[in-house]
Design a protein around this ligand. Structure first.
Ligand SMILES: NC(=O)c1ccc[n+]([C@@H]2O[C@H](COP(=O)([O-])OP(=O)(O)OC[C@H]3O[C@@H](n4cnc5c(N)ncnc54)[C@H](O)[C@@H]3O)[C@@H](O)[C@H]2O)c1
Length: 250
């Protein structure tokens, strides 16, 4: 047994995790809570209010500026500052795969509003609170799907490509406040939630290109998130880091 790893000052942090009601978001919240962080769990789903892995649960639509501002006011009242923002909420497991020319404009707009506009809206609304932290860190969740040319969900792929580009520029705009911003880019991760975006054949094909010949679960993503939100990553910003078992993008 090795010694337990501890992450510097993670237990001093107030961290907002969006999309925390299920899937990987719930795992981020659970792990951060276990590490001693004060977790504000956010989701559109009321289920977030029942989470045991947080200090507070908040029903928020990240695509709605008023909802983001209301969250900021609540967090100001409750905690007085925010040290970490993990922008994980996205339209993902509910996506129905189709050729891009069959995606309805309204469907495209809604996905972009959540996946790309949401992280920007929430970072903007929480900025005054993040600036009160002595060492704030933002993680935007990307996806390796943006690097793989995967067919069938062009709006999603475009949104996650946008997230990585946005993150790089955000890091430059927020550097002067000492706020770091990075993209955590998962490869395929299999959660308790069924989804259409990977067929059994695609699952095997992707696995075959990986260096590690096993699939990933939510817990495989959480250590990097804790590291990026802790003070151990104090000089790390503007990066896109893939957690994908060595998946080859082809
Ligand atoms: N699972 C994967 O294979 C994989 C791979 C790469 C990237 N990702 C990314 O990781 C993140 C989590 O993935 P997951 O598999 O847990 O997805 P999921 O679809 O199971 O969960 C997404 C969560 O976001 C919430 N949400 C949706 N719209 C919202 C809104 N407007 N406001 C607030 N909350 C909202 C949902 O209620 C849900 O709880 C997403 O950003 C996803 O794009 C996942």
């Amino acid at each position: 047994m090795g010694a337990e790893v501890s992450y510097t000052n993670i237990d001093q942090k107030v961290v907002v995790v969006t999309g925390a009601a299920q899937g990987i978001g719930a795992a981020y919240a659970q792990r951060l809570h276990k590490e001693g962080a004060t977790v504000a769990a956010v989701d559109l789903s009321q289920a977030v209010l029942e989470s045991e892995n947080c200090a507070s649960g908040h029903v928020v639509d990240v695509s709605d500026p008023d909802s983001c501002r209301a969250l900021a006011a609540e967090l100001q009242e409750r905690y007085g500052r925010v040290d970490g923002l993990l922008n994980n909420a996205a339209i993902f497991s509910t996506i129905q795969m189709k050729p891009f020319w069959e995606i309805e404009p309204a469907e495209w707009d809604r996905l972009m509003a959540v996946n790309l506009k949401g992280p920007w809206l929430l970072a903007s609304a929480l900025l005054p609170l993040l600036r009160k932290s002595s060492a704030a860190s933002i993680i935007n969740i990307g996806s390796d799907a943006a690097l793989m040319g995967r067919p069938g969900y062009l709006h999603y792929v475009a949104s996650k490509g946008g997230v990585a580009a946005m993150t790089f520029s955000m890091s430059h705009e927020l550097g002067e406040f000492g706020i770091r911003v990075n993209t955590l880019s998962p490869g395929p991760v299999y959660t308790e939630v069924a989804r259409e975006t990977v067929s059994p054949e695609q699952k095997q094909a992707m696995l075959a290109t990986q260096a590690l010949h096993r699939t990933a679960g939510p817990d495989d993503m959480t250590s990097l998130a804790v590291f990026l939100l802790s003070d151990d990553s104090g000089y790390l910003t503007g990066q896109t880091i893939s957690v994908n078992g060595g998946l080859v993008h082809r």
